[in-house]
Design a protein around this ligand. Structure first.
Ligand code: RIB
Ligand code: CA
Length: 314
């Protein structure tokens, strides 16, 4: 069973990712840490607790993290995720549990040091502010972690590699480019799920997939129907960025192909703010710092998503 710490900014797709992870017996979620991104830290923390309330998993500790990026002002994704961060559906109850007293970065460090070496996987599906603070607080966790699996970046490696925060930048890296730079240079074993694979229409909810989901009467089937329909109508797809990323930890056969390379983060640009750049010149000899996923088994992912999120009676 894989031990996982999830750092997240719920977030509609984060909510679906949390459900997928907690409904999967292949992983043990040691804790959830929250970060500002899709909405403020107050709301992402409240949302994590609300999601656990629905999942009846008040046993999972939640630690509140960074309210803003390392050096920049916060830019949220509320225009897409709604003012409450979960699509303003009114479907999630008020939480009955409270966050733990520790800061997210402190809890991440404590959990990694408290478990045997190379036994904890840190999965980050929001801006990397908490993860950067954790490796700054305790650099040795980078090598102690089994792996850091990140939803972030856009690498130009597939036809789907267009940005969502700018024409070339992905939102999580756009919000806190400095944090992404620190994490990518921490020495950790990093696996990156960029828009190259999460913008793939075959891993997204489409009108056709929506019709299939609407046939179910579960909480998350109804939630997806409510939040995805307007977004599919507006954007043609509702992308499952975070569920695809966490699914790879549940079933590693979902990753079909990846490359290793050196990834740099643009921390000075305007249109290029947070852009993730892969060194691909064959004559340039530079140490790789990440594995970048370029192909996934779409059917295997969709089947897992339907099984662990849509069809689960809570
Ligand atoms: O770019 C997609 C990422 O930004 C996802 O993690 C989504 O939740 C938003 O945070
Ligand atoms: Ca997210």
């Amino acid at each position: 069973m894989r031990k996982v710490v999830l750092d997240t900014d719920p977030g509609i797709d984060d909510a679906l990712a949390i459900a997928l992870l907690l409904n999967s017996s292949e992983v043990e979620v040691l804790a959830i840490t929250t970060v500002a991104g899709n909405t403020t830290a107050d709301k992402t923390t409240r949302n994590a607790l609300r999601i656990l309330e629905v999942l009846k998993r008040r046993d999972v500790p939640v630690a509140r993290g960074s309210e803003k990026p390392l050096v920049r002002e916060l830019v949220t994704g509320e225009v897409y995720h709604g003012s409450d961060g979960l699509g303003d559906t009114g479907m999630f109850p008020e939480p009955t549990q409270r966050p733990v007293g520790k800061d997210a970065s402190e809890l991440i460090v404590d959990l990694v040091l408290g478990e045997p070496p190379h036994s904890v996987t840190l999965v980050a599906i929001g801006p990397l502010t908490n993860v950067a603070k954790a490796v700054l607080r305790c650099p040795e966790i980078a090598k102690r972690l089994r792996e850091v699996v990140i939803m972030g970046g856009c690498y130009g490696l597939t036809p789907y590699a267009y940005g969502n925060a700018t024409p070339v930048s992905e939102f999580n890296f756009y919000v806190d480019p400095e944090a992404a730079h620190i994490v990518l240079n921490s020495g950790a074993r990093i696996k990156l799920f960029g828009l190259d694979v999460t913008h793939n229409p075959r891993t997204a909810i489409t009108t056709e997939k929506l019709s299939e989901i609407e046939r179910y009467n579960t909480f998350f089937a109804k939630y997806i129907a409510k939040v995805a329909k307007p977004r599919v109508n507006m954007y043609m797809h509702f992308f499952l960025h975070d569920p695809l990323t966490v699914a790879s930890v549940v079933d590693d056969r979902i990753v079909q192909k990846s490359i290793t390379g050196r990834v740099y983060i643009e921390t000075h640009g305007e249109l290029t703010r947070g852009q993730s750049i892969v060194e691909r010149r064959p004559w340039i000899k530079v140490e790789p710092n990440a594995e970048i996923v370029v192909e996934v088994d779409e059917e295997r992912f969709m089947s897992l998503f339907m099984d662990r999120v849509v069809r689960v009676e809570l």
